[in-house]
Design a protein around this ligand. Structure first.
Ligand code: NAP
Length: 349
């Protein structure tokens, strides 16, 4: 049985560990915590073994800690790093590389320049097979993952007849759980967003993709506004919606008034962490104008990357085929059923 350690227990780490604990193919070593706060108790109450930095163990004397992170890494086959952006690179150099351990990094890291954690940014729809045999791979951020779920099916179906993609990312300010982070009353302008280059790293450097981004005061998901320009007349709206009908991790919704409607529905149906783990095409907003399709979809900020981490883990640890990995991920995340429930609740009629 392969052993997996999750380093970090924030928005991403706490979700990843909750889902992969139910994977019968792996043995969960535990989770790394860095601050002696109430989340240590939360992790222990959820049945996880908590490990802390060796040099800081005394600070955790009020808690029942299993051991230190360094020792936990020694016995693990793979680590999922869920540290704050940029810290993953430091962890790679200090802890993962010296142990020659398989490592997954999150979207706050980079694949460019001297702080690159990997040369591969993962998107299961596009480059799943490239992760097989790799030691260090970065999972794309939530926006970068979401764009791939729309772009790849469009390319597969319409290929060369597409002239360009223009995307405006309307990014959420903070996560629901980040109660200590206030949501500022402004629309923040994001200069030189990394998202376009990140997507191009897996979609192709020469892709005609143009991305701009703003940040708005909400905790309720990201929204992407995309114009797809065709070389000649654009396909019909129905044709566009048709290609996403059986697309894994993409729900097509007709009458959600806003992103919070979707979150509230996920909460009502007890989806874990109120996550849908997918993107939602707001089909009532899709329009065809001559050579252009205008489309909008919301992106479940934290939830979307969790099944992706599980797909990546299967490529790196077990070298599974894409088909087998999807089947196994589906057993843990039930995304087909979530999609069905969302689409029937937010249906056209
Ligand atoms: N939030 C999202 O929606 C989202 C979506 C996609 C990707 N990401 C990416 O995922 C990563 C984690 O984001 P997050 O939102 O989960 O952050 P977060 O909620 O702030 O959690 C970060 C966690 O990292 C822990 N930590 C602190 N120092 C560490 C170290 N040296 N090594 C390992 N862990 C350490 C913190 O522990 P203590 O609390 O004990 O100090 C905390 O549990 C970032 O790269 C981010 O860009 C986030």
């Amino acid at each position: 049985m392969k052993k997996v350690f999750v380093n970090g227990y924030g928005s991403i780490g706490s979700r990843i560990i909750q889902f992969i604990k139910d994977d019968p193919e792996i043995e969960l070593v535990g989770v790394g915590k860095y601050s002696p706060d109430s989340k240590v108790t939360d992790a222990i109450n959820r049945g996880f073994k908590v490990y802390v930095p060796e040099k800081n163990q005394n600070a955790f004397s009020d808690f029942t800690i299993t051991g230190n992170i360094e020792a936990a890494l020694d016995e693990s086959d793979l680590v999922i790093d869920a540290s704050p952006g940029g810290v993953g690179f430091k962890n790679k150099k200090l802890f993962y590389e010296p142990r020659d351990i398989l490592s997954i990094y999150q979207g706050g890291e980079t694949i460019d320049g001297e702080n690159a954690v990997s040369d591969l940014l993962f998107n299961s729809k596009v480059n799943y097979a490239d992760a097989i045999g790799k030691k260090h791979v970065m999972q794309g951020s939530c926006n970068v993952t979401g764009m791939g779920r729309i772009l790849e099916p469009l390319r597969k179906n319409f290929g060369n007849s597409i002239k360009r993609f223009d995307v405006t990312l309307v990014r959420r300010w903070a996560d629901i759980e980040q109660t200590d982070e206030s949501v500022t009353d402004t629309i923040e302008l994001t200069q030189s967003p990394h998202h376009g280059d990140d997507v191009k790293s897996y979609f192709g450097k020469e892709s005609p993709l143009f991305v701009r981004a703003i940040k708005v005061p909400t905790r309720q998901m990201h929204l992407h506004i995309m114009d797809i320009r065709f070389k000649e007349t654009a396909p019909s709206v129905d044709e566009i919606h048709g290609i996403f009908k059986n697309e894994y991790g993409v729900a097509t919704l007709w009458n959600a008034k806003g992103t919070k409607d979707i979150r509230d529905f996920a909460e009502k149906l007890n989806f874990g962490f109120k996550d849908t783990n997918m993107i939602h095409i707001h089909a009532n907003m899709t329009q065809k104008i001559d050579d252009t399709i205008q489309i909008m979809y919301s992106d479940d900020q934290t939830g979307i990357v969790i099944p992706e981490n599980h797909m990546l883990l299967q490529a790196m640890l077990f070298e599974k085929s894409h088909e087998d990995a999807v089947k196994h991920t589906e057993k843990l995340f039930n995304m087909s059923e979530k999609k069905r429930l969302l689409e029937s609740n937010f249906s056209k009629e």
